[in-house]
Design a protein around this ligand. Structure first.
Ligand code: DAK
Length: 260
């Protein structure tokens, strides 16, 4: 159930960019089932909002998220875990079709790291840390960490993180290819907004179809990815923005995109 007085997720819209912020700082934004449900609901609403082109996902200035709520998991049985069905809440986050930029300050651990890994781009502050510490609790990553991390930074580095549970710094994460922009801690949100703004200026349908092709290719094999690329590429010739973008280039003027 959502707390009425203190929302678990704050949403701020400045069209065409929206910022969703996890709001459980006392528990380091631990991702309880309630928090995940609120997040899925708010993110889906932003995804469906025509005025929103790019979503920034933040945990606020101190912490991105310290993982799933250990206190809610400590005495759970496999049946409890099954019935909670948080897998479905995660799946709703992964099914969004607008670009999501993770703005990471502080720790992104466990489910918090997996939340960032499910985003399309990551902007991190200098003191950010990424980790999959589940092994230290006697479990293992459960929301994509063992898969997406290996794809993002390679199986050897991911294996070390998953088996030792030890985190990497923001600088290491950037060197490993996990972080798009590494900035001073107080510049994370401005940098994420700036990046969001640049993407929001691009033709919206092309952005969504290109994003879908990249994600699909990461999740499937090369052959399927190439097929998706071919289909999406062709589809873009049916958009006004393709006609405008190419005409503007030929006429040596700035394109005026309409988002269709
Ligand atoms: N869960 C619950 N509470 C947490 C928490 C967490 N993950 N992390 C921190 N807190 C709480 C602390 O208990 C403390 O609460 P009080 O004692 O004040 O009531 C408060 O937040 C402040 O934390 P600390 O006092 O520990 O703060 P420090 O600055 O000293 O340390 C820390 C910060 C991040 C190093 C430390 O809090 C820490 O190690 N936290 C746990 C990190 C962790 O192990 N994360 C992985 C959790 S397991 C699944 C999908 C996903 C998952 C599972 C299943 N399915 C789809 C089935 C994911 C699992 C995980 O993420």
């Amino acid at each position: 159930m959502r707390a009425m007085s203190k929302p678990l997720v704050l949403v701020e819209k400045d069209d065409p960019i929206a910022v969703a912020t996890l709001n459980r700082p006392d528990a380091l934004n631990a991702l309880s089932p309630e928090m995940l449900a609120s997040l899925a609901e708010e993110m889906e609403a932003l995804n469906a909002d025509e005025a929103v082109r790019v979503i920034v996902l933040s945990g606020g200035p101190k912490v991105f998220a310290a993982g799933a709520d250990i206190k809610a998991m400590a005495t759970a049985s496999p049946v409890d875990i099954y019935l909670r069905n948080t897998r479905q809440l995660w799946a709703r986050l992964w099914a969004l079709d607008k670009p999501v930029i993770a703005a990471v300050n502080g720790v992104a651990f466990g489910g918090g790291c997996e939340l960032a890994l499910g985003c399309d781009l990551i902007v991190a502050g200098e003191s950010a840390r990424f980790g999959q510490p589940e092994i230290k609790l006697g479990i293992m990553p459960g929301a994509g960490g063992s898969q997406r991390l290996a794809k993002a930074i390679g199986p050897y580095r991911a294996m070390e993180m998953v088996l030792t549970g030890d985190p990497i710094s923001a600088a290491e994460a950037q060197a490993a290819g996990l972080v798009n922009r590494l900035v001073a801690d107080d510049q994370v949100l401005p940098a994420a907004r700036e990046l969001a703004g640049r993407i929001a200026e691009r033709p919206a349908v092309a952005v969504r179809l290109a994003r879908a092709a990249v994600r699909y290719g990461v999740e499937h094999g090369l052959r399927e990815g190439l097929e998706m690329e071919r289909r999406n590429y062709r589809l873009l010739y049916d958009t006004q923005d393709q006609k405008e973008g190419m005409a503007a280039f030929i006429e040596k003027r700035k394109a005026k995109f309409v988002g269709k």
